[in-house]
Design a protein around this ligand. Sequence first.
Ligand SMILES: Cc1cc2nc3c(=O)[nH]c(=O)nc-3n(C[C@H](O)[C@H](O)[C@H](O)COP(=O)(O)OP(=O)(O)OC[C@H]3O[C@@H](n4cnc5c(N)ncnc54)[C@H](O)[C@@H]3O)c2cc1C
Length: 287
Amino acid sequence: MSSISLQSQLPRTYRIKAIKQETEMVRTYTFDGSLGAKPGQFVMVWLPGVDENPMSVAYDDGAETKITFFAVGDMSEELARRGVGDLVGLRGPFGTHYDWKSGQHIVLVAGGYGAAPMYFLAKESVGHGCTIEVIVGARGKEHLLYLEELESLPHVALHVATNDGSAGYKGFNTEILEKLLAQCPLDSHDAKKGKCAPVDQVFSCGPEMMLKRVMEISAAAGVPCQLSMERYMKCGFGLCGNCVMDPSGIRMCVEGPVITGEVAATLGEFGKYHRDELGKKKDFEKK
Ligand SMILES: Cc1cc2nc3c(=O)[nH]c(=O)nc-3n(C[C@H](O)[C@H](O)[C@H](O)COP(=O)(O)OP(=O)(O)OC[C@H]3O[C@@H](n4cnc5c(N)ncnc54)[C@H](O)[C@@H]3O)c2cc1C
């Protein structure tokens, strides 16, 4: 049985209050109303007669809720045709959220629309006295998201990586993570003498191959990490079983999407394959 309230399981309609065109294919919708979401949680976005898809909460301040999405397929392209004042169905919030302690030194690694929940997390955690380093990565400059918002936050240092070198570091954002974790290793002389501040946790949201690398780099440095894992979701609250991961069968909509690196390391399919809407295995493309 699900412990999620019936209220969250049923869609409610919310009015689009504002729209921001982030890039050619990415939009942010601000909805009039809060779902009480925490950073890392997701909502099921419903367009009657079209489809219902999971999307991360990009922001929830108790008064309004934001989502940031790519218009890439049937449902998301239809969603992108909506305008200010239109109604959209939302259910949730669902799933686990990122966990931090006051005053921690945290590194956030964001790829694609993962920059949106990472911004939500940065904003909440700096409010708890945390010091944040955010690494935002994209194929090229034109695909980078949430830079202005992240730069405007206090106690946040922003690092940018692009594959083509059109902005920031030329290469993967995970290469910057490796360098940041090497600056003040936990067991180093400087860390023990308090001359530098070791990283307490790494949080990440983005493409699965990136998450896998984040897990490996963090584990090698002995730093705990939390990752947002995506699987095909239908009900959103643990009944249908579509989003289970091999071999343990944990449900990404209930025990995830945010899981620790330790749990991720036990999931044999992580970085290898996922299942489609019929449960059929699909390999991730090797890049
Ligand atoms: C926890 C979670 C959070 C997500 N957050 C965001 C977000 O913040 N912004 C964003 O743009 N996208 C997000 N997605 C992806 C989003 O749910 C859809 O995959 C995407 O909008 C494309 O769907 P489509 O129907 O338009 O495209 P389609 O062409 O129909 O599908 C394209 C691909 O999207 C995936 N997909 C489609 N439906 C689902 C579904 N119900 N559950 C999971 N994957 C699906 C499948 O891999 C499919 O092959 C998230 C997914 C998950 C699981």
